[in-house]
Design a protein around this ligand. Structure first.
Ligand code: 6PG
Length: 277
């Protein structure tokens, strides 16, 4: 079925590289991400009785959050068993336009039946921010299982990609990229003179699954570097690899324009409306 943008909606994302799934556009990236959120929630809840997710900031996940709040998706998820955390946060109050929590609250949390106790935001506006980071480590310690190295294990960590290769608030060249013990850190954004709160790499690496959402042609050059570039020049988005888990990139054709062609798209199996009802 061709839609008004001429994109064929019945096509499964094409696999440009192992674990790199390319959708026609940003709307399809959001839809493919929402479908996978539902599937992974069912798997985790069936296995562990809960689904623990670290949400991403930035603008790219907005459409996915919006879709998850629609009748079509929200009715397929047992929100009482979903626990939401954040991968990073800006040092602003929750109602501030730049708040990652604020974005998720507006687009998702206010529209689904998730118990308030299941929502664990990073209080990055609190000063001293170091103490707030410590409190968040305590929240993680009380909520999550630990892996064999003693790091908390999320079922899913959602990440974005900055044009400079940053992810969460892990920026190229930052000393914090060599962090080996702390779970949460508070880097200073030199350019902006502001602070952030972020999960550290060992925590991201401990995740069962990492999902990168990357859209827009402006990200194409960096996506190629992250996926095909020299492995020795370690960019944060290159370093964000699960130790014993799966890493998936859901990207649109615009962001994938500089990637090797890879496998062509194939027809999607017909939707089974009774799938999770
Ligand atoms: C943040 C994010 C950051 C983001 C990238 C991509 O708080 O800004 O966590 O890592 O994911 O900067 O941002 P966009 O999705 O807005 O392009």
């Amino acid at each position: 079925m061709m839609d008004d943008t001429g994109a064929n909606r019945n096509l499964l994302p094409r696999e440009a590289l192992p674990g790199v799934l390319v959708c026609p556009d940003a709307a399809e990236v959001a839809r493919a991400a929402a479908r996978r959120f539902v599937d992974w929630a069912w798997q985790a809840i069936a296995r562990d009785g809960k689904f623990q997710v670290a949400l991403s900031g930035g603008s790219t996940p907005r459409e996915m959050y919006r879709l998850l709040a629609t009748q079509e998706f929200r009715t397929q998820i047992d929100w009482a068993r979903v626990h939401l955390f954040w991968g990073d946060e800006r040092a602003v109050p929750p109602e501030h336009a730049d708040s990652n929590y604020g974005l998720a609250r507006r687009e998702l949390l206010l529209r689904v039946a998730i118990p308030p106790d299941n929502v664990h935001r990073m209080e990055a506006e609190v000063t001293p921010i170091g103490r707030a980071a410590h409190s968040y480590e305590t929240v993680l310690r009380q909520s999550l299982e630990l892996d064999d190295r003693g790091f908390p294990v999320f079922h899913l960590v959602l990440l974005g990609l900055g044009a400079d290769g940053h992810t969460a608030s892990l920026f190229p060249g930052a000393r914090l990229l060599r962090e080996t013990s702390r779970w949460v850190s508070t880097p200073t954004m030199d350019k902006l003179g502001t602070r952030r709160m972020t999960l550290t790499l060992p925590v991201i690496e401990a995740a069962k699954r990492i999902l990168f959402l990357v859209t827009d042609s402006q990200k194409a050059a960096m996506l190629r570097v992250v996926l095909c570039g020299r492995a020795d020049r370690q960019l944060p988005a290159q370093m964000a690899q699960p130790r014993n888990g799966e890493r998936i990139f859901l990207v649109d054709e615009a962001a994938a324009r500089l990637l090797p062609a890879g496998a062509p798209a194939v027809a999607a199996p017909p939707e089974n409306p009774k799938k999770h009802k």
